[in-house]
Design a protein around this ligand. Sequence first.
Ligand code: MLC
Ligand code: AMP
Length: 455
Amino acid sequence: MARWAERYAALLHRRGIRAGDRVALHLPNSPELVVALFGNHLLGVVTVPVTSAATMQELGYVAERAEISGLVGSDPYRGRVGMQLLKEEFWDTLQEQQGAFPESDDPEAPALLCFTSGTTARPKGVLLTHRNIRSNLQDLIQVWQWTREDRLLLTLPLFHVHGLVVALHGWAMTGCQAILTRKFDPAQILDLLTHRGCTLFMGVPTMYHRMVSAFDRRVHSFGDLRLAISGSAPMSVELHRKCREMTGQTILERYGMTETIMITSNPFHGRLPGSVGLPLPSVRLRLIDDQLREIREDKQTGEVCVRGPNVFGGYWKDPEATSKAFLGDWLRTGDAGYRDENGYYHLVGRLSVDLIKSGGYRIGSREVEDVLERHPGVREVAVVGLPDPDLGEKVAAFVVTDGTAGEEDLAAHCRSALALFKCPRVFLIVDSLPRNAMGKVTKSVLKTTPRNVVD
Ligand code: MLC
Ligand code: AMP
């Protein structure tokens, strides 16, 4: 892998790409993605991961916003990108590469520019440095007792911090073995855990939920599995119980965010279902009330704020959003939680109704509303997350139409602009949207829509 990454770095350098330039990776989970990522690191190039599910519109936005100098992928973004390396020609092109390139070793240099949905209509770029990544992985490797002897089963998508930073960089830093799957298929995962000696697994709760449903104790047993980790969304105590029945051990839950990578983790010994655990060794946490005052008492709920070498420096070319996100040098997570008498943290929800977590993906409702508002038959729209046993939350759109737009139309319109995981699962055509005295749509009312109406 290292040799291929060097060839890749030499190729980029020869094609005029320099340290600090942005190169987008628009690839599914694959060896090509791994080589390109670490090749970018070697050369000091900033990797812009783009979900392989992105529409051309989304890819175009990221390419433009990040001012990329190159793109590796199967869908060339023609026109504006200088350097393109197509997945189909990847290995043949690298095979011929030789030559030197200046190796980058600045820990403060940016490594990743991850676009993530927020409360605005357009995703923001989160710039993570090598120091952010390295310090966080050092903490995680210690807490999870992760060693070179491990064999990691990696099925998470490699374009968000969970799969890309935690799993893939942890693999590289420990030098352990990894089995990488192209996508998540519960039957295949149960099979790999049973037959391939995997010691370490990481997933989002939706993955565990589907694994529990497909699990058959007559054919599956996880004798080699040493540690199974969950995060990106809350795991219910009930799912914890089912996973314990399946794996014979308590799932270790941890909490993170694109802007901070990982924040807390349950300790290796002393895992508490329903809690996200303790702050990582180099991370500091503080809870604040709605007057932005620090809460010192246990069991009092407030907004979680984070400080540490893991916390990003700011949003890409967006000083306004950056200054809003920080209170001094504390990053406001937007998550509400409390600390119990043993110092364990518990999350109780998000402060903004405009952020949805579905299958572990972060989706901004403004982004989906913005797309729907551009449909000529739509008068008004409000998008919220509704509870879902599989996805945690599912994206639901409440739409006031002029009578011409049907559900099918709206669904097709969304699919043309948005990656599938952002598209509403439910469309409810309504006569009007509930509003408060100020005329603002009360999304909290929509979120309590009875199950029988939306299922
Ligand atoms: C999907 N489908 C839809 C649809 N969305 N159909 C209609 N409308 C929509 N809106 C289709 C799919 O194409 C598919 O079709 C079928 O429905 C099942 O879709 P799915 O089950 O939702 O998607 P799937 O691809 O199976 O993905 C489930 C999943 C995925 C759990 C594998 O959600 C996932 O990879 N989640 C991980 C996200 C993650 O890594 N988050 C980390 C963020 S970082 P068909 O025909 O193919 O069946 C972070 C920080 C931290 O959060 O703490 O970690
Ligand atoms: P993202 O930016 O996609 O990385 O999503 C970050 C958000 O995911 C956090 O702000 C939390 O709301 C949520 N999250 C991550 N891990 C957990 C967890 N273990 N339990 C509950 N929510 C979580």
